[in-house]
Design a protein around this ligand. Structure first.
Ligand SMILES: Nc1ncnc2c1ncn2[C@@H]1O[C@H](COP(=O)(O)OP(=O)(O)OP(=O)(O)O)[C@@H](O)[C@H]1O
Length: 473
C-alpha cells in the first residue's frame, strides 16, 4: 500500500481521484490547497507520490512542485491540468514533474500511473497498458530485455554483476540496440533501485540549456531563469543518472562533468551553495568515442572516467536468432494495447524478418511489429504485410547526415525569415565555414595546411578566412 496525496481546490476532482486510488488499495490524503499540503509535510514524512492541480488559489501547483522538489527530489509528482498547451506541460516537466495528466482524465490511467511510478524503476518507464484484460505485465516484464543468443546471455551476466558494483558504465551500440533498457536494468537490479532513475539525452537538449539541465540553476542565474531549477544530478541523488548520446556533449561541459564526477559536488548555475550528490552515472553512445578523442572532440580523461566498464550491445543483424522472440513480444504488446488477439507471423513472413538487415535495430523491429499488428488484415501476418510495413519503415528511417543538417538549416532559415532578421545568407555562410574549419582543424590537430587540403581549399584562402576581425554571425 502506498501513501498518496491529492492536492486540488476542486472538491469533486479530489473526491473521485482519491476514491479510485483507495479502491486500488492506496492510502490517500486530500488537500484543498498547496499551503495545506506543505504544512502537512512539516510534521510528517513525505508521501510516496503526490497528485497536484496547477491552477489553485494561493500557491499554484507548479510552485508546490518546485517546493516539493527542493525538499524531496525523489518524490514523484503528477501534475494535473485542464490546460494542455506547451507552456503548461513544459513548465511542469521543467519543474521535475513525473507525469502530466490532462483534465478530464481517465481514472484508470491515473491509477495506472501510480503503479508505473512506484514500480521498481521510478522514472518515465514505458507506459504499461493498465486496461489489459489479462492483467498488465509487471514493470519488470515490460522492461525485461529479450535475448537468448550467446551475445545477449553474456550481456545479461555482465549486467547482473555490474548492477551491484558502484562503477561507472559506458554502454555502446548502434541506435535502437537497447542502451537505455540496459541502463534501466543496471539500476533496477542495483542497491539504488529504490531511488530515482533519471535519464537525459544530451543530443536532445540545446547546448546552452544543457548545463542548467544537468546541474540546475538559481533564480536569476540568467535571463529567463525566474525560479530555482533542480538539475538532473540532484534529482538522481542516491540513484542512477543515464546520460544518453554522451558523444554530443559540448567540450566545456565535458570539463565540468569531469570535475563533478571526480569531486561528487558542484554549484548550481549562479549558485553559491555546494551541492553534494551520490549518483551512479551510466553513459551511452552510438559513436566511437575513441575516434572523437582522436579528433579532439571528446576529452580523453572523461572517457576514462566513464568507461570504467564497457558494455557493447550487438546490432540486431548479428543476433538474428532473437528476432522471433522479440517479434512475438512486440506483437503481444500491440495486441494488449489494441485489445485484440495477438497476430502470428506466417513462416515466409518470419523468414522475411530474418533476412532484413535492421539498420534501426530493435526499435525498427518494434515499430514494424506495431505497424503490422495495426494494418495486417488477417490474424496471420503474410510476407506481403511485412513488405508493406518495411516499405513504410524505409521512409521513417533516419535520414543520412547531409539531409539532417539541411533540414536543420532550412528550419533556421525559416525562423530567421519569420523573425524578420537580416543578413541571413551572410550569416549562414559564415556559420557554415566556421563549423567546417573548426571540425577540420580539430581533425588535423590544428594543422592549417592539412585542414585546407582536406577541405579542398587553397591554403591562403583558409588563412584569409581565419584572420581575426572577419565578421562572425
Ligand atoms: N533486448 C531487448 N528486448 C526487448 N526490447 C528491446 C530490447 N532492446 C531494445 N528494445 C526496445 O527497443 C526500443 C529501443 O531501445 P532503447 O531506447 O533502449 O535503444 P537505444 O540503444 O537507447 O537507442 P538510441 O541510441 O536511439 O537512444 C525500446 O522500445 C526498447 O524497449
Amino acid at each position: 500500500m502506498s501513501r498518496i496525496w491529492v492536492v486540488d481546490d476542486d472538491r469533486s476532482v479530489r473526491f473521485v481521484l482519491a476514491a479510485a486510488l483507495r479502491q486500488a488499495g492506496h492510502d490517500t490524503t486530500e488537500f484543498g490547497s498547496a499551503a495545506l499540503a506543505l504544512a502537512a509535510l512539516e510534521g510528517a514524512s513525505p508521501p510516496d507520490l503526490l497528485f497536484t492541480d496547477v491552477r489553485m488559489p494561493g500557491d499554484d501547483g507548479l510552485v508546490l512542485l518546485d517546493k516539493l522538489k527542493q525538499a524531496h527530489p525523489a518524490l514523484p509528482v503528477v501534475v494535473m491540468s485542464a490546460y494542455t498547451d506547451v507552456a503548461s506541460t513544459a513548465g511542469a516537466f521543467r519543474g521535475g514533474a513525473h507525469e502530466f495528466l490532462s483534465k478530464p482524465f481517465d481514472l484508470d490511467e491515473a491509477v495506472g500511473l501510480v503503479a508505473q511510478a512506484l514500480g521498481p524503476v521510478e522514472d518515465d518507464a514505458p507506459t504499461v497498458p493498465v486496461d489489459d484484460p489479462a492483467g498488465p505485465p509487471g514493470a519488470a516484464e515490460a522492461d525485461a530485455l529479450v535475448g537468448d543468443t550467446p551475445a545477449m546471455r553474456t550481456l545479461f551476466r555482465a549486467i547482473g554483476r555490474l548492477a551491484q558494483a558502484p562503477l561507472s558504465v559506458l554502454v555502446t551500440g548502434e541506435t535502437g540496440t537497447g542502451k537505455e533498457l540496459v541502463a534501466r536494468a543496471l539500476h533496477r537490479e542495483s542497491p539504488r533501485a529504490g531511488r530515482p532513475f533519471v535519464a537525459l539525452n544530451t543530443a536532445a537538449i540545446p547546448a546552452e540549456l544543457l548545463e542548467s539541465e544537468l546541474f540546475g540553476h538559481e533564480a536569476g542565474a540568467f535571463t529567463g531563469a525566474s525560479k530555482r531549477h533542480v538539475g538532473r544530478f540532484e534529482q538522481a541523488d542516491g540513484g542512477t543518472l543515464f546520460l544518453d548520446e554522451i558523444g554530443d556533449m559540448p567540450l566545456p561541459l565535458q570539463t565540468r562533468l569531469l570535475r563533478v564526477l571526480a569531486e561528487g559536488e558542484f554549484f548550481r548555475v549562479g549558485g553559491r551553495e555546494l551541492i553534494r550528490v551520490d549518483v551512479r552515472v551510466v553513459a551511452a553512445t552510438h559513436q566511437a568515442l575513441d575516434r572523437l578523442v582522436e579528433q579532439g572532440r571528446f576529452r580523453a580523461d572523461l572517457l576514462h572516467r566513464l568507461d570504467v566498464v564497457r558494455l557493447q550491445l550487438p546490432p540486431l543483424r548479428d543476433r538474428r536468432d532473437d528476432i522471433p522472440r522479440l517479434a512475438e513480444r512486440f506483437l503481444a504488446a500491440a495486441a494488449r494495447r489494441f485489445k485484440a488477439l495477438a497476430k502470428r507471423l506466417s513462416k515466409p513472413a518470419l523468414q522475411r524478418l530474418l533476412a532484413h538487415d535492421w539498420p534501426g535495430n530493435v526499435r525498427e523491429l518494434e515499430n514494424l511489429c506495431w505497424r503490422v499488428a495495426a494494418l495486417a488484415p488477417a490474424d496471420t501476418i503474410q510476407v506481403a504485410d511485412v513488405e508493406a510495413a518495411l516499405g513504410r519503415g524505409a521512409a521513417d528511417a533516419p535520414p543520412p547526415p547531409a539531409a539532417r543538417w539541411e533540414g536543420a538549416l532550412a528550419e533556421w532559415a525559416r525562423e530567421a525569415l519569420a523573425a524578420g532578421e537580416g543578413r541571413i545568407h551572410a550569416r549562414a555562410v559564415d556559420r557554415l565555414e566556421h563549423c567546417l574549419f573548426e571540425v577540420a582543424l580539430a581533425h588535423t590537430g590544428g594543422r592549417r595546411a592539412e585542414a585546407a587540403q582536406r577541405l579542398g581549399l587553397g591554403r591562403n584562402t583558409l588563412a584569409r578566412k581565419l584572420r581575426p576581425g572577419k565578421p562572425r554571425a
